[in-house]
Design a protein around this ligand. Structure first.
Ligand code: UD1
Length: 425
């Protein structure tokens, strides 16, 4: 298996063409856990989060919170937070490593009356501006300025004030920023064109359990009546629909049969409809689904869209599937401008793809071939793993720090389903 190895950096080696069968349990969603963890800055009573995935990104968020003065215990998927933030400046070193760190801006401002947060880093999938987060802070009464790579926000003596936030485009993170900041503002806040992702819903539900007053949850208009403080709360993080969708494709691409547990299939409705149209068999139950396929997938065109549309976070994985479809597929990426970096790597495995700006044409081939490939971002790395599972021969996947940001115990989960997968130098 290690015939390609020539240095000490860990890589994943996959021998493809093994049908995946059996059961897999899906972890809590990274994208829900991160904003929920940031709530510890404003829930200064006992706050317990269950079903927290152990990932590079959630570890990073906990370090960021600890650095701000929050105390926490992390045991087997349960995080217990207590205490208050002791400063208003987020660590430059930590924030640079993860774009979602911007989520501490609003709660820190609400808690401290001021916040100094470095401009974030994270996945290299386009410019990913933060103007909408700034718009949120200003709409709720903050003064915002920029200095030496920091966003500096502060409140007058009047504190946070409710306002109208009419987003010019749908943003998951900015909607979460608005919710987390408005719950403690004086008066009413109206959020228009809010993101409706299940992770946003999870955040709002947790806040309401802690005493917040948020109405319209799950719709694109949220009405928030500010409260003076939040009380203790216990909440379980919603399951990871992107991980579930990735395993669904892993089953289909290997012509396997996998039961995917601990999920809410309703959160994947559009994606599962697309998979059915490619010829896969999907049976959904309350908290699980069975996914199988016994033929080469049929092509089906998709455009990514905000929820409930086809998720951008499953675009790369779906492209791996369409790479072996029986015909041509058009995939349009409408959310991020640079989210096709997996294409040249997938082509090293024999995929035939042409790209024109935000559109990719995938000419399905009968078989992919194992190759040495490099992951460029989180979902791109899963796309390459999926390609390798279907490909003949051995693949070597490099750039694992991206993968480790978002998939808990991936190798074990795939190996339990019968994949030949190994991580080594
Ligand atoms: C979140 C998810 C990410 C997912 C994305 C879209 C987390 C931690 N990450 O990212 O996995 O791919 O939603 O579903 O939850 N934008 C602006 N200005 C802003 C903020 C965003 O123009 O201030 C743009 C972005 O560049 C992008 C679009 O809005 O084109 C949507 O991005 P957004 O929904 O904000 O993504 P994130 O919250 O960063």
């Amino acid at each position: 298996m290690n015939s390609f190895t020539n240095n000490n950096i860990e890589k994943i080696y996959i021998t493809g063409e093994k049908k995946l069968t059996g059961n897999v349990n899906i972890s809590g969603a990274k994208n829900a856990a991160l904003p929920l963890m940031a709530l510890s800055l404003i829930i200064n009573k006992d706050f317990n989060l269950y079903n927290v995935p152990d990932l590079a990104d959630t570890r990073l968020m906990s370090n960021l919170l600890i650095d701000l003065g929050i105390k926490l215990n992390w045991k087997k998927g349960i995080l217990n937070f207590y205490g208050k933030p002791k400063k208003d400046e987020a660590s430059d070193d930590l924030v640079r490593q993860m774009r979602a760190s911007i989520l501490v801006l609003g709660p820190l401002l609400a808690s401290q009356g001021s916040a100094k947060v470095p401009l974030p880093g994270g996945c290299a999938i386009g410019s990913r501006p933060i103007d909408l987060h700034v718009m949120v802070m200003e709409a709720l009464g903050a003064n915002v300025s920029f200095d030496s790579g920091f966003i500096i926000s502060s409140l007058s003596n009047e504190g946070l004030k409710g306002g109208v936030i009419d987003f010019p485009k749908v943003s998951v993170g900015a909607t979460e920023s608005a919710i987390m900041t408005a719950v403690l503002a004086k008066g009413q806040t109206k959020i228009l064109n809010a993101a409706r992702e299940p992770e946003v819903t999870d955040l709002a539900n947790c806040l309401n359990k802690a005493g917040a007053n948020i109405k319209g949850i799950g719709t694109d208009i949220l009405i928030i009546n500010g409260v003076k403080e939040l009380h203790e709360v216990t909440h379980s993080v919603v399951s990871d629909r992107i991980e579930a969708g990735s395993f669904a494709i892993a089953s289909i691409i290997t012509m396997g049969k996998v039961q995917i547990n601990n999920i809410n299939p309703e959160n994947l409705t559009e994606f599962l409809n697309v998979l059915k149209l490619t010829g896969s068999k999907i049976e959904t139950f309350k908290n699980s689904m069975k996914v199988s396929c016994s033929q080469r997938p049929k092509p089906f065109d998709v455009s990514t869209n905000p929820y409930p549309g086809f998720p951008t976070d499953l675009q790369a994985q779906y492209m791996a599937l369409m790479a072996i479809a029986d015909g041509k597929t058009l995939i349009k990426e409408t959310i991020f401008e640079n989210r096709f970096m997996h294409i040249p790597e997938l082509m090293r495995m024999g995929a035939k793809i042409s790209v024109n700006r935000q559109e990719a044409e995938i000419y399905g081939v009968k078989k992919l071939k194992g190759a040495r490939v490099m992951a460029s971002d989180l979902r791109a790395s899963m796309c390459l793993i999926l390609g390798a599972l279907a490909a003949s021969g051995i693949s070597e996947i490099d750039g694992l720090h991206h993968l480790d940001r978002g998939y808990e115990n991936l190798e074990d989960k795939l190996a339990n389903l019968g994949a030949m997968i190994k991580r080594s130098n």
